[in-house]
Design a protein around this ligand. Structure first.
Ligand code: SAH
Length: 394
């Protein structure tokens, strides 16, 4: 297809030849005239070799490659990629009567950089992170409803906060196809109200599914504190696992309302659960030394960009130190970081520093990561973002 050509500077194709899907702006020798953000481009080496086709955007990542080699980016292209993505989720057995929530497209991990699609039953929530995906939204929506083996009736587009602000695309959150129907999704047999209209991200954090399951196994008879609970995900697994009591904390009153609604949905009238709309740090300051023997810390990304790394690491250390100070002897700490800018070793160092600061005897039982519906393209290690540790604290 005759897309405009972006020519690379000499020798700048090395990472692309290893299938890394980004072209950085510093690698570009020449841009075609009148190129606009979101345009589809060919990427060509300085000596004229065609590398692939991608979306152009202004910024340090200038092109996100959609395909290595020649192709036409149209509905068929998206249909093929989405079919492959669905095939993987089917192979992972995530699309079941008792599990209707999962991630269908995880950006580069599904060879669709800049695109996220989460499935909640018959509804797909689409999030664009690049102008190119924003312009392709209708095509993507059409490709989604045409997928065989899954019946998608509603496609909700939700990119108001994920597109580069400077691009001034002014995306409206809206249904591209269908409209609102039931918003109850099921994860491993537990039901959740998913608020994709007003909730955070696509409405639910599907990335903690496996870690929540693990928590269920360790919850029997424990007093559980679920910090940064959002819709209460971890809390219901703890309740099903036989926890003695479960307290959920989030600074957002809306999150607490959702959590309480979800308790009613799964465990009506169960008075083991209580929810608190409070700041996590203040809440931890206010508890006693023997109140909880299982604590979950799943804060929002402390570092959205590399520039914020130092402060983020300090934040993780401060938060974890508070939990180490208060958790009962024989307690389990489930601690996470979803900051892409913080790597596994840096996070572990922050948690180590927190443990050392409190002098508790701490052992690592499990090292956790994102689930299989958030695959990491082996050529794009940046796709690994969720890190977690389960610690035994004496
Ligand atoms: N554990 C959740 C996801 C957590 S997302 C799940 O399994 O679905 C992070 C949450 O932290 C958000 O709901 C946000 O409202 C909350 N939050 C952010 N800052 C906070 C703070 N200082 N104290 C308590 N909660 C906070």
């Amino acid at each position: 297809m005759s897309y405009p050509n972006i020519i690379l500077r000499r020798g700048k194709e090395e990472s692309l030849d290893r299938f890394h899907p980004w072209v950085f702006s510093g690698a570009i020798y020449s841009l075609p005239e009148n190129l606009e953000e979101g345009d589809i481009v060919n990427v060509i080496t300085h000596d004229g070799r065609h590398i692939g086709v991608g979306h152009y955007q202004i910024g340090s990542i200038a092109v996100r490659l959609l395909h290595f080699g020649e192709t036409t980016i149209n509905e068929q292209f998206f249909n093929d990629r989405l079919t492959q993505a669905l095939k993987l989720r089917k192979a992972l057995n995530l699309d079941r009567d008792d599990n209707t929530a999962y991630r269908l497209v995880h950006g580069e991990g599904d060879f669709l950089p800049g695109l996220i699609v989460d499935i909640y039953g018959n509804t797909a929530v689409v999030q664009a992170h690049s102008p190119g995906m924003h312009f392709a939204r209708e095509t993507i929506a059409n490709a989604l409803v045409k997928l065989s083996d899954i019946e998608i009736k509603n496609v909700y587009y939700k990119s108001e906060t994920t597109l580069p602000y400077k691009a001034q695309l002014d995306p409206q959150n809206q249904y591209l196809i269908g409209g609102f129907e039931t918003n109850i999704a099921i994860e491993n047999g537990l039901k959740f109200h998913v608020d994709w209209l007003k909730g955070q991200k696509t409405g639910f954090f599907v990335d903690q599914r496996d870690n929540r399951s693990l928590l269920e196994h360790y919850s029997k008879g424990r007093k559980v504190l679920n910090m940064f609970c959002y819709t209460g995900g971890f809390s219901f697994y703890a309740m099903r696992g036989g926890a003695e009591l479960v307290h959920s904390v989030d600074s957002s009153a809306k999150a607490i309302t959702l959590t309480n609604a979800n308790v009613e949905l799964n465990f009506p009238g169960d008075n083991r659960h209580q929810a608190f709309a409070q700041d996590a740090f203040k809440f931890l300051d206010g508890i006693g030394n023997n109140d909880y023997d299982l604590i979950i810390l799943d804060p929002p990304a402390f570092a959205k960009h590399r520039s914020a790394l130092k402060n983020a690491l300090r934040g993780y250390q401060r938060l974890n130190a508070k939990a180490f100070e208060k958790i009962s002897s024989g307690g389990l700490l489930f601690t996470f970081s979803c900051s892409q800018a913080v790597n596994k070793d840096q996070f572990r160092l922050a948690v180590f520093s927190a443990a050392a600061q409190t002098g508790r005897k701490v052992r690592i039982l499990h090292q956790l990561t994102q689930p299989s519906d958030h695959p990491i393209n082996i050529y794009h290690p940046e796709g690994e973002y969720l890190k977690g540790l389960i610690l035994y604290v004496e």
